[in-house]
Design a protein around this ligand. Structure first.
Ligand SMILES: [Fe+2]
Ligand SMILES: [Fe+2]
Length: 143
């Protein structure tokens, strides 16, 4: 049985959406700790932070589903994410250029890698859409 929307519209909805937000922030915080630890050469600590961050990310997604925060029919959402990821590449490249102009070349290089990853996210999502999206999902959205 699906947990989808189990707490939506109940007295637990607020509690669960707060938990989702807290877990999402925790994901960011632990990845920041991992980055900083890595810069200090503390690779074992960084690995621990990343493991925790990944679990927090799973928790965030779990609470979002429990609250029915996203449509249950996932493919139109995937389609809009696919478009956002495609656009994301250019947006992230703009950030990289601005960071580079400020003289932070090393950070800019890494942000450019992120841009390539956003593009890849778009491509991968496109492949999934082709494989799994029901007939009409893509057409309907484009009309
Ligand atoms: Fe957590
Ligand atoms: Fe992405």
């Amino acid at each position: 049985m699906s947990i989808y929307g189990a707490t939506k519209g109940t007295e637990l909805e607020k509690l669960v959406s707060g938990a989702a937000q807290t877990e999402a922030s925790g994901t960011m915080l632990y990845y920041a700790l991992a980055k900083l630890a890595r810069e200090q050469g503390l690779n074992d600590a960084a690995d621990v932070f990343i493991d925790i961050a990944n679990q927090e990310a799973v928790h965030a997604g779990f609470y979002a589903v429990l609250n029915g925060q996203y449509p249950r029919d996932i493919w139109s959402l995937v389609l809009s994410m696919q478009k956002a990821e495609e656009k994301g590449e250019g947006q992230v490249l703009e950030i990289a250029a601005k960071v580079r102009a400020m003289g932070c070349g090393e950070a800019a290089d890494e942000i450019e890698e992120f841009a390539a990853q956003e593009k890849k996210h778009g491509v991968i999502l496109g492949e999934l859409l082709k494989k799994y999206a029901p007939q009409g999902t893509i057409k309907k959205e484009d009309e």
